[in-house]
Design a protein around this ligand. Sequence first.
Ligand SMILES: O=C(O)C1=C[C@@H](OP(=O)(O)O)[C@@H](O)[C@H](O)C1
Ligand SMILES: C=C(OP(=O)(O)O)C(=O)O
Length: 431
Amino acid sequence: MNECLRVSPISAVRGSVSLPGSKSISNRALLLSALSDGVTEVRNLLVAEDTEMMLGALRGLGVGFEQNEDGMIVKVTGCGGAFPVKKADLFLGNAGTAMRPLASSLAFSGGEYTLDGVARMRERPIAHLVEALNALGAKISYLNEAGFPPIKIEPAFHIRGNLAHIRGDVSSQFLSGLLMAAPLLAPEEGLRIRVDGELISSPYVSLTCRLMEKFGVTVKTTEKDFLVPRARYKSPGVFEVEADASSASYFLALGALVGPLKVEGVGQDSVQGDAAFVEYLAKMGASVTRGENWIKTAPNPYAKKLHGIDADVRTIPDAAMTLAAIAPMCDGETTLRGIGSWRVKETDRIAAMEKELSKVGCKVESGEDWIRITPPEKLQSATFDTYKDHRMAMCMSLIAAGGVPVFINDPKCVAKTFPDYFTRLSTVVEN
Ligand SMILES: O=C(O)C1=C[C@@H](OP(=O)(O)O)[C@@H](O)[C@H](O)C1
Ligand SMILES: C=C(OP(=O)(O)O)C(=O)O
């Protein structure tokens, strides 16, 4: 039977909390280290399901690792882009940051691979990436339903031409995956990657380029294109993973509701787009202060409550869910736009939010890519379903800051990116 966790009403949070490493940076750092020449010591690695998936896959591809006891420091022996194992079946759970980049990096590695995941991964689209890679000469086919994992990669070695087209309106991870694979595939003059149509979640692409730079490859951008040189990745020696800005959002939201609270490990110099989450909290009236490596939030100094906002949040797709979760405790309605990608993540997050927030008495309306939440007169306690979605579990726990107990079904689903979330939460709650 599934576990159900009671979270007592939270009337105040105090102090500070340090956060685990960023999922997005950890998985990029692991892959880039594996593709590099030399040994890389990756520090403050996130130890969670998604990084286990990447580590497991790279191990299966013959990449050498040494890991310290708590798993947070990993020494990766790079293979210069040529994975030693040429035939493997890789299981990638529900980790988009493993599935999409690995599909790209394996497409021209001359081997035979299958890439699969959990049932939900089989519903998460990959067609735009497969189409882009096959147009370059890759031999990727679908083993089950067209457009979705599992996929089969058959040996291909060289790309055709010097221009790739890719769509970025469903997931930016397709472009990020192609970018990271590109230096090792590009013809002498480099590979030009053109994004057809809109690019969502664009800060994650900037993150990809910044990390590639750390591993010695500079991507040039023009208005339309990304220009990737032919190059080998070079280990930076030591790579330090920043704390996770999306994981920070739950504590920053709590600080804004019933703080003050300080989060450590991510600050004004963050390379993560989701660090901009606090700007939305500030628009809601929260007090926000930031240092190089920390952010502190506190309630609105001039009003009792935060107020709802109407905002396009396509650049902070993950932390934006946290705004929806605190909307029931705000004055006035909150409308979030540009969230079409929520429908193809760990669950259909628009539908899930609509259903769960209705349970506390909110009026919730939604469309293909937006959601509007009108707070109730009086917040009700509820038992929340979490849909195997770590962010649904963490988001719904925040309702306790509205002064009601909440019950979280399957709380362990937070293991995808933040296994000890509920323990860290208990350390900042004042009784
Ligand atoms: O590249 C990344 O690390 C990520 C990109 C985003 O996905 P989309 O580009 O699919 O929105 C984000 O939601 C995901 O958690 C991590
Ligand atoms: C969308 C997410 O994950 P993934 O990297 O699997 O896309 C997420 O962590 O919210």
